[in-house]
Design a protein around this ligand. Structure first.
Ligand code: 8YV
Length: 314
């Protein structure tokens, strides 16, 4: 039997490509010349779209695929897919939850410690040869026993809290609603949580409700002795305010894995020693990316074989 065609609209790993090739005929949109023309001629041939969390699937693209049935998203976050719009067109969306919880939580704590203890800056100090002429390397802030505020205590947040507890950190969290399955104190106001926190860790999804939920007031409340750790999405933070307050010293520091317009990083903070900058690598381990790839393929296979999905979003 012929393999169904799947339109690939984002950059994905070689591993995911070869796993997908076993179940579908993968057609990369960016290799089809004039995409508008291609889609107007061939768009009706695709029921399946493969994409990444970073790229998603624009509404205009969905409109050019009249027979689209499923968008398979390589990533847990699906903020680049308008799920309501997809649902209105009877398009299902899948994501890759759970398999990345541990690695993202590891990285969140790694970022927190790296920023607090100036690991990046100290490493650059050695590489620059500065240690040879300067006997005082950068000095950081203590982590053990400090106050960690978590914005978004979901599946990844719970893993991060578990790790932070092993560092004897005091933990509070803010969610839409308190959880009834944890003992960590709940704080309904992000502003109050920021005031209390030495480190404010963002792990909430990017939705219209969380857009720039970390605004100038929250960042000011966090203050000059505390730091923001963002491994969620750039859109959750008012990036302009973040840059202003880091430059003025009204915010103590930041560890950032995500940005408003990735891969663009604000030039003004590039050289700040109290800022850790990463290229969206929260889930980037061989093990986790393999598990994410496998889950995409499991969804595709289930759909082809039985019309069902393993991890549907809508
Ligand atoms: C991406 C992420 O999935 O899962 C998410 O939501 O942000 C990342 O893990 C990864 O870059 C592959 O698209």
């Amino acid at each position: 039997m012929d393999k169904p065609k799947a339109l690939l609209v984002a950059g994905i790993s070689t591993e995911l490509k070869s796993l997908l090739a076993e179940v579908v005929e993968l057609v990369p949109l960016n290799k089809q010349g004039d995409t508008t023309r291609y889609l107007s001629e061939q768009g009706a041939a695709f029921e399946l779209v493969i994409t990444s969390a970073g790229k998603g699937c624009a509404n205009e693209l969905m409109e050019q695929l009249p027979n689209l049935k499923v968008i398979f998203n390589w990533g847990v976050g699906y903020d680049k897919v308008d799920v309501e719009f997809a649902t209105s067109r009877n398009v299902q969306v899948t994501n890759t939850p759970n398999v990345l919880n541990e690695c993202v939580a590891d990285m969140a704590i790694g970022m927190l410690i790296a920023q607090a203890r100036c690991i990046g800056e100290a490493e650059r100090f050695v590489r620059r040869g500065e240690w040879l002429i300067n006997p005082t390397p950068p000095m950081g802030q203590k982590v053990t026993g400090k106050r960690l505020g978590i914005v978004g205590l979901g599946r990844i947040g719970l893993e991060a809290a578990k790790r932070a507890a092993a560092f004897s950190m005091q933990i509070k969290y803010c969610n839409r609603n308190p959880r009834d399955d944890v003992d960590y104190p709940y704080e309904s106001s992000i502003l109050e949580l920021a005031k209390w926190s030495d480190y404010l860790l963002l792990l909430c999804p990017s939705t219209p409700e969380t857009h720039q939920i970390i605004d100038r007031d929250v960042l000011k409340a966090l203050g000059p002795k505390s730091s923001l750790i963002n491994i969620a999405r750039g859109a959750v933070v008012d990036q302009k305010a973040l840059v202003d307050l880091l430059l003025s010293g009204e915010l103590g520091g930041a560890a950032l894995d995500v940005f408003e317009k990735e891969p663009e990083v604000p030039k003004a903070i590039m050289d700040l020693p109290n800022v850790l900058l990463l290229p969206h690598v929260g889930s980037a381990t061989f093990e986790t990316r393999t598990a994410m790839a496998q889950l995409v393929v499991d969804n595709v296979r289930a759909y082809i074989e039985s019309g069902s999905l393993v991890t549907p979003v809508n």
